[in-house]
Design a protein around this ligand. Structure first.
Ligand code: ADP
Ligand code: GLC
Length: 488
C-alpha cells in the first residue's frame, strides 16, 4: 500500500468560513476528499474579521512571522475542523492585516497592502507547521495569494522544508499578484530571484509567476484551461512562461460537493426533488417567480444567472442582449455583485421589464441555490472560465446550462444534438452578442416546441456525476509526481 501523505493545504478563502468565489468551494471540499483517501491533511487560512473567533478554539502560544524590513510580527492561531469531517483547519489571526470588512478589497478598491497580507499568510502557514511539529510531505498552495510558498520553502525556510515538495493550483490566471518590487525584501528570498524567469514582470513583483517557476508541480482546474493558458488569448501575458513549464502542468477538473448542491437534500428549497420525482422543480420555479415579482407562469422559460459581475463572466455579452431577449416570451433572474456599471445597468433593466426580469444585487447563498433549482436554464457566457462550478451545479438541478465553449465550460457541457437526442446543455463559440442571443433563442425554442428533447437533456444532465473522490485521486497522483520530482 502506498504511503499516506502529510499535506499542508493553504488558501485565502474556504467555505463555510469565508467565500468570494469558487476557490472557497474547492478549498472546503478537496481537503475532505483527500482525508477520505487516508491522508493526513491540515488546512490554513486567515482569520478574517467576519469569522467569529468565539466559535473557534484558541491554540496556545503565538506565531512569530519574519517579514523582512517589518521585523518579526506575532500572530495568534485559532483552530476548528472543516464541517462534517476531521480535517483540522487553522486560522492565522493578525488584526492589522485581516481585521477588515473585506477579504481583498472594499468598495471596489483592493487593499494597498495585499502583498504584505498574503506574504504574511504564506510565511505564517510554514511557521505554523513548525509550531505544530507537522512535517509535510507536500505543500499545496492556491492562486497568487500563497504562490510564494514554493520558493520560500527553498530559501528563507529551507532548513525546515527541504524534504517537502510543493504544488501550486491556478484557479484564475487573470489575478497574478502584481506588486511593487519592494515585496522581495519582505519575502526575504534574495534579489537574485527577481528576474524575468522567476518573480519579475515589467519591473514588478509577480507572485503567481514566481510560484509557477518554483512549484514542483502546477495544476489548473480543467484540462481545457490547462491548454488555453499556454496561448496569448488566455495567458494574460504569462503564456510563454507557462509553456516553459508545461511538462509539470496538469489539468484536474473540480468536483462538486453534492452534500451541498443536490436538489434531493437542499435545505434552501421550498420543495426538494430529484430525477424520479420532478414535481418540486416546478414548486421552486413558482416560488422564485413570486419572490422576484415575476408573472407566475409555468409555461414560460426562466433563465438564471449567478455570479460575480466581472468581465470574465460575460456580463458585457448579457447586458448587450438582455433587452432583445426580454422582448421574447421568457423570464430572466440575475443574482450577483461586482462592477458598478453592471449593477446600475441591470437595475435599469429591472425597472424597464418589471414582471419579466428579477435582480438581486448582493451575495446570497440561499438565493443561489433557489435560482439553480427553480430556473429552466442557466446562463454562463464567460469569456474565459478556468473551471466554473455553477454550470456543474445546474446540471444536478436539471437546469440546462447555456455556456460559451471555453475552459471548464467546454469540458463539462455537451451541446444538444437533435438527431442523436444527446447532450446536457447549449453551447456557443464566438464571444459575440449574436452568438449568445441565437443560442438562448435556440434553447428557448427547444423548451417551447420540443419538451421531449428538453426533458431528455435534463435527465442526461441530472445523471452526471462530478464527485471530489475522483478529483482527489488525481491530486494524489500529482502529489506523488511532485515528490518524486523533488527527490530526484
Ligand atoms: P468564480 O470562482 O470565478 O467566481 P465559480 O463558478 O467557480 O466562479 O464559483 C462561484 C461560486 O460563488 C459558486 O458557488 C456560486 O454559487 C457563488 N456565487 C457567486 N456569486 C454569488 C452571489 N452573488 N451570491 C451567492 N453565491 C454566489
Ligand atoms: C476561479 C475560476 C473558476 C473556478 C474557481 C474554482 O475563481 O474563475 O472558474 O471554478 O476558481 O477553481
Amino acid at each position: 500500500m502506498s504511503k499516506k501523505l502529510n499535506i499542508l493545504f493553504v488558501a485565502s478563502e474556504i467555505v463555510p468560513f469565508a467565500k468570494t468565489g469558487g476557490l472557497a468551494d474547492v478549498s472546503g471540499a478537496l481537503p475532505k476528499a483527500l482525508k477520505e483517501l487516508g491522508h493526513n491533511i491540515i488546512v490554513v487560512m486567515p482569520r478574517y474579521y467576519q469569522i467569529d473567533k468565539t466559535k473557534l478554539n484558541h491554540v496556545d502560544g503565538t506565531l512569530g512571522v519574519p517579514m523582512g524590513p517589518m521585523g518579526e510580527l506575532w500572530a495568534g492561531v485559532y483552530t476548528s475542523t472543516l464541517p462534517e469531517s476531521e480535517v483540522p483547519i487553522y486560522f492565522i489571526d493578525y488584526e492589522q492585516f485581516f481585521g477588515r470588512k473585506g477579504l481583498y478589497e472594499e468598495h471596489g478598491e483592493s487593499y494597498i497592502d495585499n502583498d504584505n497580507r498574503f506574504i504574511f499568510l504564506s510565511k505564517a502557514s510554514l511557521q505554523l507547521c513548525k509550531m505544530l511539529n507537522f512535517v509535510p510531505d507536500i505543500i499545496h498552495a492556491n492562486d497568487w495569494h500563497t504562490a510564494a510558498i514554493p520558493l520560500l520553502m527553498r530559501t528563507r525556510f529551507v532548513h525546515d522544508f527541504a524534504n517537502a515538495a510543493s504544488i501550486l493550483t491556478i484557479h484564475n490566471l487573470q489575478h497574478q499578484g502584481n506588486f511593487f518590487k519592494g515585496g522581495v525584501d519582505v519575502l526575504e528570498i534574495g534579489w537574485d530571484h527577481f528576474n524575468t524567469r522567476e518573480f519579475e514582470s515589467h519591473d514588478q513583483l509577480n507572485l503567481l509567476k514566481g510560484g509557477i517557476a518554483h512549484a514542483d508541480a502546477v495544476t489548473t482546474v480543467s484540462s481545457g484551461y490547462a491548454k488555453e493558458i499556454q496561448t496569448s488569448e488566455f495567458g494574460f501575458g504569462l503564456e510563454h512562461h507557462i509553456q516553459a513549464h508545461s511538462e509539470k502542468l496538469f489539468g484536474i477538473l473540480n468536483g462538486v460537493d453534492y452534500d451541498e448542491w443536490s436538489p434531493a437534500i437542499d435545505k434552501y428549497l421550498p420543495q426538494m426533488f430529484d430525477l424520479g420525482d420532478m414535481d418540486g422543480k416546478l414548486t421552486c420555479k413558482r416560488a422564485l417567480q413570486k419572490h422576484f415579482g415575476l408573472e407566475e407562469r409555468d409555461d414560460t422559460p426562466l433563465l438564471g444567472f449567478v455570479g460575480r459581475f466581472a468581465e470574465q463572466k460575460g456580463i458585457g455579452l448579457i447586458s448587450g442582449v438582455i433587452d432583445g431577449l426580454l422582448a421574447q416570451d421568457l423570464q430572466i433572474i440575475i443574482l450577483g455583485t461586482g462592477e458598478k456599471w453592471a449593477e446600475n445597468y441591470f437595475s435599469e433593466v429591472a425597472s424597464r421589464h418589471a414582471g419579466k426580469f428579477g435582480l438581486h444585487v448582493g451575495y446570497s447563498d440561499a438565493l443561489a441555490h433557489q435560482i439553480e433549482a427553480g430556473s429552466d436554464m442557466f446562463l454562463m457566457p464567460s469569456l474565459f472560465e478556468p473551471c466554473g462550478l455553477n454550470q456543474i451545479y445546474s446540471l444536478r438541478y436539471g437546469t440546462l446550462p447555456i455556456v460559451r465553449a471555453t475552459g471548464g465550460l467546454d469540458d463539462t457541457i455537451e451541446n444538444f444534438n437533435e438527431e442523436q437526442m444527446s447532450g446536457n446543455g447549449f453551447k456557443f463559440y464566438d464571444a459575440t452578442h449574436e452568438a449568445l442571443y441565437h443560442t438562448v433563442m435556440w434553447a428557448v425554442s427547444v423548451y417551447h416546441n420540443n419538451q421531449k428533447a428538453f426533458q431528455t437533456l435534463q435527465k442526461n444532465a441530472m445523471k452526471m456525476h462530478f464527485g471530489w473522490d475522483d478529483a482527489a485521486k488525481s491530486y494524489e497522483d500529482v502529489y506523488r509526481y511532485a515528490i518524486e520530482k523533488h527527490n530526484s
